[in-house]
Design a protein around this ligand. Structure first.
Ligand SMILES: [Mn+2]
Length: 321
């Protein structure tokens, strides 16, 4: 018996969701099932390849819905949870959707981690007591509940050091080790594991470089910090850097490029002195992307960089209107 757990890759909440789900599954569903993990990333024109569902049971956490009958568990808290109207109808109407009692969607939760913990506790009697610290930090990180941009960017707490590694590392085995250890160790202990400490300086220096690159590239256009870092290897920079550098900006719009996508990232400054008057998930959905009301993104193929730039310009204008 094998349970395959698919999660939002390179995202603290995605990784924490995988750890909480794995722990829940072992405690409440099947103590002996072999657990396997695979991270999922948003891509342009995404459709699920059924080949990823290699388990006897397959779960997706903190990532989009899939109508495949091979998917047996699903938890998500994104506003943009469905790739199509058909998928949304499938979730609401099919016997394999919401009514199977193992697929859950609630965009009012700040983190998918907390959502899984709460549903698993209420519906399956899951004891979350040794995961409280992880659940709380996932909520702080995904909800951007930091006191200020300095805390979010200077990364002193163990959870934030782990966040840096999780967001930066392109190493499946490392992420799987973190998911394993988050289930039994404190965040301080996980952040002190040799496989984390040996790479953290590298990623921290990269983070400092990202701050410099964004500082050089960014221009403030009305309410919006706008930057294009597609000339640099910047997949996985901290989305709070723009507000650390430009505390008065209301929004940020960034263009980046990696081997598998060009990307427009849109965010609202969590420490803004003004109110948010735009739903960023809805704006991104119009261009084929998605996210939450306060943070969204649109993925293009690497070849569509010009299109990404032009969409970014359009969004900057809209956010200033
Ligand atoms: Mn999440």
């Amino acid at each position: 018996m094998k349970i395959k757990i698919l999660f939002h890759n390179n995202c603290f909440d995605g990784v924490a969701s995988a750890a909480v789900f794995a722990s829940f599954y072992r405690q409440c569903i099947d103590n002996n099932a072999k657990q396997e993990f695979e991270g999922l990333a948003h891509k342009a024109g995404q459709i699920f390849d059924e080949k990823i569902f290699t388990g006897d049971e397959n779960a997706i956490v903190d990532f989009k819905y899939c109508s495949s009958p091979r998917l047996t568990w699903w938890f998500d808290h994104h506003q943009s949870a469905f790739l199509s109207k058909e998928d949304e109808d499938h979730f609401h109407q099919s016997l394999q959707g919401i009514s199977c009692g193992k697929k859950f969607h609630d965009p009012t939760f700040r983190s998918c981690t907390k959502y899984i913990a709460q549903v698993a506790h209420e519906k399956f009697g899951f004891d979350t007591s040794n995961l409280e610290e992880l659940i709380e930090w996932a909520d702080i990180i995904d909800g951007a509940l930091y006191p200020d941009a300095k805390t979010a960017v200077e990364l002193n707490a163990p959870a934030l050091k782990l966040m840096l590694v999780i967001e930066s590392a392109r190493d499946e085995k490392l992420i799987a080790n973190i998911i394993r250890d988050l289930q039994t160790l404190s965040l301080q202990q996980v952040a002190s594991q040799g496989y984390v400490t040996e790479i953290i300086d590298y990623y921290y220096n990269r983070h400092l470089k990202a701050i410099d690159i964004i500082k050089d590239a960014a221009v403030c256009n009305g309410n919006v910090v706008h930057f294009d870092v597609s000339g640099h290897d910047m997949e996985g920079y901290s989305k709070f850097i723009p507000y650390y550098l430009f505390p008065d900006a209301l929004y940020s719009v960034g263009v980046s490029l990696s081997s598998f996508r060009s990307k427009v990232s849109v965010g609202f400054n969590p420490w803004a002195k003004g109110a948010r008057r735009h739903n960023l998930a809805s704006i991104c959905e119009r261009f084929g992307g998605g996210g939450h009301p306060v943070v969204g993104a649109i993925s293009f193929s690497p070849k569509e960089l010009e299109q990404a730039r032009s969409v970014a310009n359009t969004i900057v204008t809209e956010l200033n209107s």
